[in-house]
Design a protein around this ligand. Structure first.
Ligand code: TYD
Length: 202
């Protein structure tokens, strides 16, 4: 089982992943926890670029799209091996982050489709998660939790990303959870999504 948590910066993914990992382990599951960008050299380069004030510009986004796709390719073998040995894989982000974030801001509709197709193409060999949970949160609240080091952590940009996530959720059957609620309520909502898949009670 490959579970991915998605959401805008500051949506609380790390906290919820830690709780989910503990809950699954308490049931005796072996869990592999992963995250994107990874700690590979490519992942480190990505983190540097994210600090650049021009990171939201189209050419930077295209470069980032390629780097994110390259970074996640390395993860695929790890995921396959973990699944092969019966582990549950929990990921902080997956290729849907690229579809939500690396979308051009200033192009007309025709080019947008062309660009979106390219994003899917460069992520063609990437494994799709079995379950995607979207933590949906007001941008104001999310921003207040960010340290402001990355260029993506700005209100106007994250509003667009949040809307893209909600569109993606509809067309890809994500489980959308209201992350404005307290940590415990969000954790319970996540458990309610996962428990039927593993035949357990919340
Ligand atoms: P994030 O999960 O916020 O990592 P951290 O908690 O370590 O800062 O991810 C870093 C940023 O990378 C975040 O702004 C989202 C962005 N991102 C993309 O733009 N595209 C992608 O494909 C991925 C995986 C992340």
């Amino acid at each position: 089982m490959y579970i991915c948590l998605e959401g805008i910066d500051g949506s609380g993914k790390s906290t919820q992943i830690a709780l989910l990992e503990k809950w699954l382990k308490d049931f005796g599951y072996d869990v592999l926890r992963i995250f994107e960008p990874t700690n590979s050299p490519t992942g480190k380069l990505i983190r540097e670029i994210l600090k650049d004030p021009r990171a939201t510009e189209d050419n930077f986004q295209k470069t980032l799209a390629l780097l994110f796709a390259a970074d996640r390719m390395i993860l695929m073998e790890t995921i396959k091996a973990a699944e092969g040995s019966g582990k549950a894989v929990i990921s902080d982000r997956c290729f849907y982050s690229s579809i939500a974030y690396q979308n051009p801001q200033g192009v007309e509709d025709l080019n947008r489709k062309f660009y979106k197709d390219w994003l899917y193409e460069i992520n063609k060999f990437v494994k799709k998660p079995d379950i995607v949970i979207l933590l949906d949160l007001d941008v104001e609240k999310a921003i207040s939790r960010c340290d402001g080091n990355d260029s993506f952590e700005n209100k106007a940009f994250l509003e667009k990303i949040r809307n893209r996530y909600l569109e993606l959720a509809k067309s890809n059957d994500f489980f959308v959870i209201n992350a404005n609620n307290g940590v415990n309520k969000v954790h319970t909502d996540i458990k309610m999504v996962i428990s039927p898949k593993i035949g357990r009670c919340v």
